[in-house]
Design a protein around this ligand. Sequence first.
Ligand code: PXP
Length: 252
Amino acid sequence: MSKKPRLGVNIDHVATLRQARGETYPSIVDAANISLSNGADQITIHLREDRRHIQDTDVEAVRLVTRKYGKPLNLEMGCNQEIIDIALATNPDWVCLVPENRQERTTEGGLNLIDDKVRKKVQKTCEAIKEKLPETKISLFLEANITVLEHAVKMPIEAVEIHTGDYAKAHLNGEDFSSYLSEFKSAEQFLKENETACHAGHGLTFESLSPLLDLKLFEEYNVGHWVICQAIFDGLGSVVSKLNEQFEGSNL
Ligand code: PXP
């Protein structure tokens, strides 16, 4: 029987809004609850070295919510010892290792496993996680490049998350995106042959998800920024209307 692909909702940007004002709202716990009670199969958060959105205490708070729903927490992180220690203490269901650069606006691409130094660091991080948390599954955020994937499948991982950011941008700009679909197909085939699950994420929107879902390319998608942006417009009218009702009930 065919199964629906898993929907991972990345709630980092709820924390971006909270951190922008240094307030306690919007609540990341509410965001996780609402996502899971509306069909999300997993919550994804990225604890960055610079703590620009998700904070250390959020990790355990979101962990408690995912446990309540019996759904996985996917913790994205760089290969940084301080963050590895937090992951080891939190025991997430999944860890997704990503490259991290303090100057970047968001993760800009997959881990460059062709570089010896990067590859050794990733291998060491995977081994450290597997030693302490043998039940935690690991995915690596990578480009759909067979040379990179050949290195990946030699590591102790369960999945690769293919970087869809450039594809999504091409889709958004109305450019020809067919070459990305061919690369994704080859990557998925290669990973299947090597018994490694194939996930996808970055920059995806309702529209750019469509061709990927039609082609049944990936078993899991992690979608964040667009979900939170779209949620603003799905909710703004209702909030303004509620405020207006309050105003109408009050006379000068
Ligand atoms: N997957 C990975 C590995 C990411 O780093 C991110 C961004 O944190 C996402 C998925 C979600 O990307 P977006 O917020 O653009 O949907």
